[in-house]
Design a binder for this molecule. Sequence first.
Ligand code: NOJ
Ligand code: CA
Length: 487
Amino acid sequence: MTWWREGVLYQIYPRSFADSNGDGIGDLGGVVEKLDYLEWLGVDGIWLNPINPSPNIDWGYDVSDYTGVHPDLGTLDDLDRLVADAARRNVRVLLDLVPNHTSDRHLWFRERPDLYVWQDEIPNNWLAAFGGGPAWTLDDERGRYYLHNFARAQPDLDWWNPDVRDEFDRILRFWFDRGVAGFRIDVAHALIHDRRLRDDVIDVEAREGAHRIHSMNQPEAHDILKRWRALAETYEPPRILVGEAYVLDLEGWAKFYGSGDDELNLAFNFALVHEPLSARPMRTIVANTERLLPAAAWPCWTGSNHDVGRFMSRWCDGDDALARCVLLILLGLRGTPFLYYGDELALPDGGVPTDRLRDVAEPSRDPGRTPMPWTPGDGGWRDPWLPLEDTSRNVEEQRADPDSTLNFTRELIALRRASPDLRLGAYEELPSPKDVWIWRRGERTVVAVNLGRGAAKLDVEGRPLLTTGGEFDGTLNPACGLLLAVD
Ligand code: NOJ
Ligand code: CA
């Protein structure tokens, strides 16, 4: 079994997952304590958002030491313990690699300025993604401008400099040697900038940075990713690369798989994330994904993360029945699903009062990053770093309730694990009534979800393996879905 194709992955925002020492900040010890839970749920791997030392301007996405662990989160020994304890449960650990930029407090920024991008004057119209204004800031000490595609405190590395490539080879090896199973690659599409520093097109309507045609989205990013894939393949088992290639145009996105087996192993499909929860547009994204991916490549689905927030809020408006349909979609499509911590509870975004917001970005992404509710009441947290206002959906109570979304998710994961069709079978769209989406996986498995407002008659014969709620009598009610075994 190729674990990363057939398995289910689970994203953990470490500060918000579980706190082992009661200081209000989730940590690696907390993840270790919850491995029993993750094993019970049935996940095959976890991805941890950045755990490196960082001034936390952007909560770890401003790294000041690539081979250390942030003291808030624990120590290198804790990480080793996590990797070892997880391995005993057949759970792999992926870390987050942030190669586009460092923190301005990284020693390199003072001691190795040649690793960054400098100009005497602001050379073009590039804009910073955070904080507004130019992507160039004057460094008082040097009297020159440095490039930062994100916040001022996140100077971009110069990927045209071979020394940067060598440094990152060392960083990858450092973690791979410790048994880390792979990396999620931050802004994989943005790694390298146009060498001639040509202007971006100013298009305020452009979706998700598509107008950044020269500050990001350069073809040379593929060379870097290919180099890492080759390095990852020298390990046994091969380590994997999961890219945050934030490209909504599927043709451009598919290129991050190279010829299918020589670049990213997986690339999050953000095109789906940005569609409404609606059968027709989602079917179209999936059909195009299937058409455009090289034969050897493997799709990768997600509905929530620490940037886009939780699908329960974005797609389901708090409706648990719809959330189960989403889970059925994510786990029923061909490809690797990533759940975001709390998705299994149908957790919505949390409430964060304005005076407690801590994100560098606007609008704030904090509502999607609030602590995991483990129990009713305080959720298992003492004075957490972000508030936990609502624990009405929590692990303890849902675990005890056989009809909960948590137990639904667990059953779905178990069915997937037991079914070669669901893990590996081809995707084939079947004729569907309006607002209903029906597809076959492999030989004998059919998935159907009704995302519309009216009941729909299903003319597929089969034996229900799992429903999002209640018995199936041939009619699929709104916000209902099911898995069928067919002959
Ligand atoms: C994408 C990360 O997911 C996001 O959280 C971060 O702010 C930016 N990259 C910059 O690193
Ligand atoms: Ca802690």
